[in-house]
Ligand binder design. Structure first.
Ligand code: HEC
Ligand code: HEC
Length: 356
């Protein structure tokens, strides 16, 4: 399998990750974030970045601090807002420092600790290496990493906080990435009505419509939107497009193909989780659908055939439309509503620390 050219910031990040010998001793692990049992036993982490409460708290500050951007006006939370499950409600955002429109929709940050590949086409391998992407991208935060290190080292508060969290005197991009990654790993959503029902908590029961919706979901959707993560963490072409001739912008319109160069991956994108889906419109990698009805229209009758269309959605050379009736759509929506996790959307521990 050939590897695609990965964008520069990721290469830098990768080489930093290998500088293990020079790393300062990390503070002892003092924290094991709780995970609802229907999701997993514990949060997957990376060896070089064991959890601590101080690192998480520092990561939270950095996530909400516009100091990360070149003109100190954009934070991660500008495009990843808690009340929207950490997406931004915009199809293609132009909220970055350049004001230019991005090519992709901001995904929610939900249970990202369990994603082996990040970004819509899986081009980033972990949360540590990913963060240099948005920080340095000229159309997102446009920041020079040296400049960022200087600003943080000269800051009245950060040097102390980094010393307490990582035991270091000189802040470098490595610790910035590690702290941010820790905060994002604890963005765990697992307390929706559906979760409480699965775990038999609080006498929660599903209504008839919600149960019928769940049954339909299991028949038609759960092979890809699988498990209680509601994603199989794999890449599929779900029939949005049938023309993949636009190779501009580093092949961004070609989906997973730009990573694997395998024609079976043309138009394939990572299955997004459906947790909190009713608060994260618009939908799909380019935000093309304004609401859930348009998504259901797509699966119902608009799936486009192409050689890379997922097998589950095809029969030989034709696309298999789901033909959902009006009643079935209502049931599916009732079920999807049970995936909204108010605790996650309002948890003060995940909110902007500068507003508290
Ligand atoms: C200007 C808007 C913007 C800003 C600012 C921004 N992001 Fe994003 N983020 C996006 C977009 C758009 C994507 C999708 C990119 C893609 O997949 O190609 C994304 C994707 C991600 C993902 C991948 C999630 C997944 O499901 O694969 C993570 C994690 C993430 N961003 C974290 C951050 C962090 C941390 C920061 C701050 C350092 C940040 N973002 C700043 C717009 C933004
Ligand atoms: C063959 C696998 C597959 C099946 C079956 C499938 N999906 Fe998807 N779904 C995907 C993929 C892949 C995407 C992302 C596509 C993209 O953005 O290009 C997606 C995107 C979505 C989105 C948008 C999510 C977001 O955050 O933007 C929703 C909503 C959705 N699917 C609902 C459903 C429902 C409801 C069903 C069943 C009726 C279903 N899906 C069946 C693979 C699948």
């Amino acid at each position: 399998m050939r590897r695609a050219i990965i964008i520069l910031p990721l290469i830098i990040a990768g080489s930093l990750a290998c500088r293990k010998a020079e790393d300062p001793p990390s503070t002892p692990e003092d924290y094991n974030p709780e995970v609802p049992w229907n999701i997993d036993e514990s949060v997957p982490t990376v060896d070089r970045n064991p959890f601590s409460k101080k690192k998480i708290e520092l990561g939270r500050m950095l996530f909400y601090d516009p100091i990360l951007s070149s003109n100190n006006s954009i934070s991660c939370a500008t495009c990843h807002r808690q009340e929207k499950a950490f997406t931004d409600g915009i199809a293609l955002s132009s909220l970055g420092v350049s004001g230019k429109q991005l090519f992709r929709h901001s995904p929610g940050l939900i249970n990202a600790a369990w994603m082996p590949g990040l970004f819509w086409e899986g081009g980033a391998k972990d949360l540590e290496s990913l963060v240099f992407g948005p920080i340095t991208n000229p159309d997102e935060m446009g920041q020079d990493l040296r400049e960022l290190e200087n600003e943080l080292n000269a800051h009245p508060k950060y040097p102390n906080l980094f010393e307490e969290a990582f035991g270091i005197k000189d802040i470098s991009r490595v610790e910035v990435a590690r702290a941010l990654a820790q905060f994002q790993r604890i963005l765990i959503s697992g307390n929706s009505k559906y979760d409480q029902w699965v775990r038999g908590e609080n006498n929660v029961s599903l209504s008839n419509a919600e149960e019928r919706g769940l049954e339909l979901f299991r028949q038609k959707c759960s092979s890809c939107h699988a498990t209680d993560l509601f994603t199989d963490n794999a890449f599929h072409n779900n029939g949005l497009d049938d023309n993949f001739s636009n190779t501009s912008h580093e092949m961004i319109f070609l989906g997973r193909f730009r990573i694997t160069f395998d024609s079976a991956d043309l138009g394939a994108f990572k299955t997004p989780t459906l947790r909190n889906i009713m608060v994260t419109a618009p939908y799909m990698h380019d935000g093309r659908f304004e609401n859930i009805d348009e998504v259901l229209d797509h699966y119902s009758s608009e799936i486009k055939i192409s050689p890379s269309l997922d097998e589950l959605l095809r029969d030989g050379n034709s696309a298999v439309q789901m033909n959902l009736s009006v009643a079935e759509r209502e049931d599916l929506k009732s079920f999807l509503n049970t995936l909204t996790d108010q605790d996650f959307l309002t948890n003060p521990d995940l909110s902007d620390p500068f507003l508290q």
